[in-house]
Design a protein around this ligand. Structure first.
Ligand code: E4P
Ligand code: PEP
Length: 445
């Protein structure tokens, strides 16, 4: 493998979606600081996740990847981290139990702080400022001062990610994720909802099964802890480059800012910096593929990012939109399969389905999300390929950002609790509803 290009060489490629920092010295100082910081994850954990995604590629497991659109530094509280983990644990248990498939659990967390934007600028009431690009880059407040990119934020993001991961690791190994807690995850507002009751009935069955297993002397470690991995979009080159280290076991480079990184739809140009940098690291990685992706694009990305065709290394996360997936996806999957490319296919039913509600809020319809996932399953079923997972923007809270679902949220409800700083997320009830519907699709698959 050739040497990792330095940051200057990557910038010389003209990467999209990068902050324009006003002070080059401050950037150098932040990058130098980050280079001294310990890894957030161990390269061996990335290899373990790669093995699990290899099982997804073979059709033996299902990937559940979810979390905030954009984490915020202020959002790193115990409650927030626990709520996100809790909804993912609930979804995973629904998928595992109802569909009898091992579920690989990956959070969009502990690093998901940088956002690509459609426009460099935002205008409100006649005032135009640089767009908010995530807490890794600038502030959400609509003031000129807050919108200036500040490289010190990259160090803040490292610290926030360390705190998040620390708590997640404590939860998943320290008893919170014990299967005997299956009932206690079903708390608050969700318990009384129809889907909460559906979950409660399933939790009763699981509890009976656990009691039986224990009675016959079976009490494996898997009942008491779960494997949980972190992921984020590898967007700000300074951060990802500074966190790329040589693993002492294998002498190979890993981006140790998270277990799994993906390249976004807006930065997946074959000859540009994000693809170049991620082609050098050994983590499992993903690429978002939107409706304009041609089979040749996908094949070229696979050749560049996974030249050894290693199963588990590469995940294609398709995000076509509910209206386009049935026409657009078959062609892509067919060609990629015909070329013998080893890839896990995952559906992001969020990013192709965003629109502006009459109230002015960015939103998504729950029905469109379901329709895209159903289209994804139908296409894979018709082609005999494995619908390997879902990648979802969600939160463990009772927010009102996406319309529809069992609570039948409308445009008028959006103002009630719209907290996302970028794109609308499924709330906890909608997330659980999605899990039951996907479990049903998986059972049929
Ligand atoms: O999450 C994805 C993108 O960052 C987001 O959809 C861009 O949103 P925008 O179109 O408002 O910039
Ligand atoms: C920006 C994102 O998605 P996409 O690249 O698919 O637009 C995202 O997942 O946050």
């Amino acid at each position: 493998m050739s040497a990792i290009p330095d940051l200057e060489a990557l910038h010389a490629l003209g990467p999209a979606q990068q902050p324009t920092y006003p002070d080059a010295g401050a950037v150098d100082a932040a990058v130098a600081r980050l280079r001294t910081m310990p890894p957030l994850v161990f390269a061996g954990e990335c290899d373990e996740l790669k093995e699990k995604i290899a099982a997804v590629t073979r059709g033996e497991a299902f990937l559940l990847q979810g979390g905030d659109c954009a984490e915020t530094l202020a959002g790193v509280t115990a409650d927030n981290v626990r709520n996100k983990l809790r909804v993912l644990l609930q979804m995973a248990v629904v998928l595992t139990y109802a569909a009898s498939v091992p579920v690989v659990k990956v959070g969009r967390l502990a690093g998901q702080y940088a956002k690509p934007r459609s426009s460099d600028l935002e205008t409100r009431d006649g005032v135009t400022l640089p767009a908010y690009r995530g807490d890794a880059v600038n502030g959400f407040d609509f003031t000129a001062e807050s919108r200036v990119p500040d490289p010190q934020r990259l160090v803040d993001v490292y610290n926030a990610s360390a705190a998040t991961l620390n708590l997640v690791r404590a939860f998943v190994t320290g008893g919170y994720a014990d299967l005997r807690q299956v009932h206690t995850w079903n708390t608050d507002f969700v318990r009384s909802s129809p889907v909460g009751q559906q979950y409660e009935a399933m939790a009763n069955e699981i509890e009976r099964a656990l009691t039986f297993m224990q009675a016959i002397g079976a009490d494996p470690d898997e009942f008491h802890r779960v494997d949980f991995h972190s992921s984020h979009e590898a967007l700000v080159l300074e951060y990802e480059h500074a966190m790329t280290r040589i693993d002492s076991r294998t002498e190979q480079p890993y981006d140790v800012s998270g277990h799994f990184m993906w390249i976004g739809e807006r930065t997946r140009q074959l000859d540009n910096a994000h693809v170049e940098l991620l082609s050098h690291i050994r983590n499992p990685i993903g690429v978002k593929l939107g409706p304009t992706t041609t089979p040749d694009d996908a094949l070229a990305l696979a050749a560049k990012l996974n030249p050894e065709n290693e199963p588990g290394r590469l995940t294609f996360i398709t995000r076509f939109g509910a209206g386009k997936i049935r026409d657009g996806l078959p062609h892509l999957v067919e060609k990629v399969q015909a070329a013998g490319v080893q890839v896990a296919w995952v559906c992001d039913p969020m990013h192709g389905n965003t629109f502006e509600a009459s109230s002015g809020y960015k939103t998504r319809r729950f029905d469109d999300v379901i329709e895209e996932v159903q289209g994804f399953f139908d296409v894979h079923r018709a082609l005999g390929t494995w619908p390997g997972g879902i990648h979802v923007e969600l939160t463990g809270d009772d927010v009102t950002e996406c319309v529809g679902g069992g609570e039948d949220l409308t445009d008028l409800d959006l103002a009630h609790r719209y907290e996302s700083v970028c794109d609308p997320r499924l709330n906890r009830v909608q997330s659980l509803e999605l899990a039951f519907l996907v479990a049903e699709m998986l059972r049929k698959a």
